[in-house]
Ligand binder design. Structure first.
Ligand code: ATP
Ligand code: MG
Length: 365
């Protein structure tokens, strides 16, 4: 188990989630990243519920379809876990070396993880000295339920694949944004905030917000470092279900309406969804704000399949009072016209952010 390590051998990123299996293979050369293989195969509803594989035949079949469609030759996989499978916390521990912390991490984790330590895989990364307390350091602690990782690994091994890296969705998200260079913080924003507080040690933060079918992955970056992460349970599927109810449609028909006839959805259904979504994201922003008032969030960077919902950036901007923008990882990953339908792939870009971040685990750059 190595949650943070980079791989020597090439890996493909595979994101197994509630609604689909997404696979990405990249290459990295002098001119940056290039897409080598990609697939996005939908899963039947309820094949995976809360990270648990319920219908293993359907999941295995979707995985084989993804391998077939992508034509990848790789066997090693970088995998993501999210939601209630994983706990990510920034904790403070007495200053020590990485080597020493290795042996103490179980003890430290026991105080922060609500599961039996025997039932989780643990990993950590030292961030640095705690502000205002040189005796302690900030450490990112990750605890991931063994049974969930083992379940995914079993499905992969049946398809002849090996998970050589397990990552958290929130880290893959951060990795994708940093490595592709698709978002560069505007220094005038930081200066403006500093001028406002009248102090030199101010700054601005931005929030990466990946909205999927059931989960919102949030990662707030301050000064180039992760300052707050959370997975919240809300997403595009809540809207699909509301459309089903209001319009008397099947799940599939409601999905179609959401994607292709958004304007025909009842106003009250759209309003309720945007209002709930705004409150969910707002809750995390408030949590963050309570501890980091001097580094206000200046921008919300949206991704995930539900970032494709019509008008979402305008709605979030207005409801949260923070400028929102949709990220497309393919602004920083080349797609060869010879091998791919560029327009089709770019259109699903925001949805592929996490598998792209996972695929980047191959490259020590
Ligand atoms: N063009 C579109 N317009 C609106 N919604 C869309 C569009 N394309 C996909 N979606 C929605 O995006 C969601 C899937 O997004 P994504 O693939 O990021 O989620 P997931 O990773 O499968 O789910 P989760 O991370 O929550 O387990 C679905 O709810 C789907 O209906
Ligand atoms: Mg997802």
């Amino acid at each position: 188990m190595n949650l943070f390590s980079r791989q020597k051998e090439s890996v493909m990123g595979i994101d197994i989630s509630a609604s689909a299996i997404k696979l990405v293979e990249l290459s990295h050369g002098r001119s940056g990243y290039e897409l080598k293989a990609i697939a996005n195969i939908p899963l039947p509803r309820d094949a995976i519920v809360e990270n648990t594989v319920i219908d293993s035949i359907a999941v295995s079949q979707a995985l084989l379809d993804a391998l077939d469609k992508s034509q990848t030759k790789l066997k090693n996989v970088s995998l993501a876990v999210s939601g209630n499978a994983v706990i990510v916390k920034v904790i403070q521990v007495p200053t020590t070396t990485e080597f020493n912390l290795e042996t103490q991490i179980e003890f430290e984790a026991d105080q922060h993880v609500p599961f039996d330590i025997e039932d989780v895989y643990l990993d950590f990364q030292i961030l640095g000295e705690t502000e205002e307390d040189p005796e302690t350091m900030d450490v990112v602690l990750v605890a991931c339920k063994r049974e969930i990782v083992d379940d995914y690994q079993l499905v992969l091994s049946e398809a002849g694949l090996t998970a050589t890296c397990v990552d958290c969705a929130v880290f893959a998200l951060e990795n994708a944004v940093e490595e592709t260079g698709i978002y560069v913080q505007d220094s005038t924003e930081i200066d403006a905030v500093e001028a406002l507080d009248g102090e030199s040690e101010g700054g601005a933060a931005y929030a990466l917000v990946n909205i999927g079918a059931n989960i919102i992955n949030i990662n707030i970056m301050r000064d180039g470092q992760m300052a707050f992460v959370r997975d919240q349970f809300y997403g595009g599927q809540n809207l699909t279900e509301a459309i089903q109810k209001a319009h008397g449609l099947s799940f599939q028909a409601a999905e179609e309406m959401k994607k292709h006839n958004f304007a025909e959805i009842e106003d009250s259904v759209r309003e309720e969804f945007f209002s709930n979504l705004g409150s969910e994201i707002g809750r995390s922003l408030d949590f963050y704000g309570a501890n980091h008032a001097e580094f206000p969030v200046q921008k919300i960077l949206l991704s995930g399949g539900s970032a494709l919902i019509e008008g979402i950036e305008v709605e979030m901007d207005q409801r949260l009072g923070i400028e929102a923008e949709i990220l497309n990882p393919f602004d920083g990953v080349k797609i060869s016209e010879k091998n791919f339908d560029v327009e089709e792939i770019r259109a699903m870009g925001p949805m592929m952010m996490i598998p792209i971040g996972l695929a980047m685990r191959s490259f020590d750059v």
